[in-house]
Design a protein around this ligand. Structure first.
Ligand SMILES: *Cc1c(COP(=O)(O)O)cnc(C)c1O
Length: 397
């Protein structure tokens, strides 16, 4: 039996629901409810503004950064939580291009999540210095890492297919030409082992509402390699990234180390929820999570392919080449997913035709995998998806 069976009890999973979408929004950790209540009733209420000192609210972003750092191979003092991932992408790219003056290219791939590309492109346009965002096929990235590249910005695990980039090999290639390497860990943190120190990544960013279960709108995080942080001039130079926020100087001076990547007032209640959520990872070895995630995803693929001929695997077949999700193409993928959701099996859909299923060993079981695979095959075999109510697109897919 799975070593994670007892962890499932840490989550408030609705009765009768098979949840395979923790790669989009992790489920509610039971402890988060009490933590949010405590933060409001025992801290905010009685302490009022003194909570910033008494309840150490001001230290939350760095303390949470260190907790996440343990899951991504980052030493203490190198990861900061705050803002949203899109904002952290902006900070990362801004810092990187400024550290490589004269180089005009930021290189990414067309498997990247659009927000990362939008943020980078928007930033480069605002700079008005002739920078270009170059977007190539994922397989062609290595060939485009040339000496005019200031930074390579990639998402480690492709949000649609789950394809994984080789972090060490690409980082080495970037460094060989003097470029900086930025990794987005949105679909990696809490899903598979990441070793930022081992692969010598320069900057990494990520979010905490997917595999880290921090709740809707939970903040993002940013890591900067310790040897590099003193050279970083934060592009978003908010007062809490200042060396002495409460000196209220008129001039900005970047704070010590990773503190300079803070911007403004942290969302204390949401961070308290994240703090409680991270307890679910205490004592967990990410290599065990990975091994179990591969078992679950291999089981899903083989059961779906055995029972259903009309879907096509969109994820890499080699489990070492994909993250903790499995995607199938189906020509009516949106309707197919809605039909599954109507049966209480929740995955999601990514245009144009991808049905996406995330596997989270902390709470997903092998029985759930079988249940989802057989329901998917049935829905397709019987044409159960072919109903008007399953075809009406909702705002969030
Ligand atoms: C989920 C995700 C985002 C979302 O960014 P937010 O600012 O948190 O909305 C950005 N990039 C990647 C790669 C993602 O997977």
């Amino acid at each position: 039996m799975s070593t994670f069976q007892s962890r499932r009890d840490l989550f408030d999973l609705p009765e009768g629901i098979t949840y395979l979408d923790g790669n989009s929004l992790g489920p509610l950790p039971k402890a988060a409810v009490e933590r949010a209540r405590q933060t409001m009733a025992d801290q905010w209420g009685p302490m009022l503004i003194t909570g910033w000192n008494k309840a150490k609210w001001m230290e939350l972003p760095g303390r949470l950064g260190d907790r996440i750092g343990k899951l991504i191979g980052a030493p203490a003092g190198s990861t900061m939580v705050g803002d949203t991932l899109s904002i952290k992408v902006y900070q990362a790219v801004a810092s990187a291009v400024e550290m490589r003056p004269g180089r005009k290219i930021v290189l990414s791939d067309n498997g990247n999540f659009p927000s990362d590309l939008y943020m980078a492109d928007g930033l480069l346009k605002s700079l008005g210095q002739g920078h270009e965002l170059k977007v190539v096929d994922p397989e062609a990235v290595a060939d485009h890492i040339t000496e005019d590249v200031a930074a390579v910005m990639l998402t480690h695990v492709d949000y649609r297919t789950g394809r994984v980039h080789d972090m060490k090999a690409i980082t080495d290639k970037a460094h060989a030409v003097g470029a900086l390497m930025i990794w987005d860990l949105a679909h990696s943190a809490g899903a598979l082992p990441v070793d930022l120190t081992g692969c010598n990544a320069d900057i990494a960013v990520g979010c905490t509402y997917k595999y880290l279960n921090g709740g809707p709108g939970a903040p993002g995080f940013i890591y900067v390699r310790p040897e590099l942080i003193d050279q970083v001039r934060p592009a978003l130079s908010g007062w809490l990234g200042h060396q002495a926020p409460f000196a209220f100087d008129l001039d900005y001076r970047p704070g010590e180390g990773i503190n300079r990547m803070r911007v403004g007032t942290p969302p204390v209640i949401q961070m308290a929820v994240l703090d409680a959520a991270l307890d679910a990872f205490d004592g967990v070895d990410m290599h065990d999570v990975r091994a179990r995630s591969i078992e679950l995803s291999e089981q899903f693929i083989s059961e779906v392919e055995a029972g259903c001929k009309d879907v096509e695997l969109a994820s890499p077949r080699d489990p070492n080449a994909r993250g903790s999700q499995v995607s199938f193409r189906f020509h009516e993928g949106y309707a197919g997913m809605q039909a599954l959701i109507a049966r209480g099996i929740i995955g999601d859909f990514r245009a144009p035709d991808i049905m996406r299923f995330g596997f989270c060993p902390l709470y997903n079981t092998s029985d759930e995998v079988s249940h989802a695979a057989s329901a998917l095959c049935e829905i397709i075999a019987t044409g159960e998806w072919d109903k008007p109510e399953f075809k009406a697109r909702k705002a969030v897919t």
